[in-house]
Design a protein around this ligand. Sequence first.
Ligand SMILES: [Zn+2]
Length: 276
Amino acid sequence: MAEREAHKKSLVAIANPDFSVPANTVDLFNTSRFEQAVWEKGYAVYHEQALRCPCSVPGTTAPLSSCLNCGGRGWFFVARRETRMLISSMGSKKDYTFQWSEQNEGTAKITSSVRDKVAHMDRITLLNSMAYHNQALPVQYSQINDLWYMFTAYPPVSVELAYLFLGPAQPLQYIEPDSIVIKNQMLVFPANLFSGLSSPVVQVKYKYQSAYHVIDVLRDIIRTREKRTDTVTPVEVDMPQLSLGRRAHFVFERPDVAGQGVFDNTRYVDQSCHRP
Ligand SMILES: [Zn+2]
């Protein structure tokens, strides 16, 4: 089964930051050890920074469905970097009898280093995770490139199942997953599948890497005082952030734009940025 090459690497190796504790630190609590714990216990993730797209439908605050910067989502994501964060699902607190609903499904707490500067709507992708998602989506046709395509909620790693809906009185038509080409957050279908169909709908199940959007920053980077043995006045240090994340497809269904993808606005001058 065709898989994106980028996912084939297993556990990723990232350069170790310096966590040395100043010799004059009082051994009660210090940020270096806290940051070190986030690094050592954290998952390898991609962190993408979110920026609000200024496009809008005239007279409203709704994003433009034709905007190739945000893909009709109102936000674009830049400067993808590899780092580590502590991520714990909040699923254990679910009360299925009273409180459970789509409103609170798929949330996780994310502890991140001061270095990462996490903000509202940033996207966090777990590199060594695997999840499956299914969607029934309309297939769009591009006249310029003469191809049929659809956007998905997550960049697929591989397609597991695909069926074409022909109508309520007809059986679904199986589509061979290997015939579908994965292109970032898009699936491209063989053209001959849809001859004679004006607005085809395809059901797909695909594998992806878990991704969250930050929907709330629970604890900002707060400057606290750290005691040292050689000074009376405590030293001021920044503490890690705690955020609330939500599975990406609960925040954005998928890019909804006429066109084959959105622009990558990242400036790759900074070598730590990873191309999608
Ligand atoms: Zn836009």
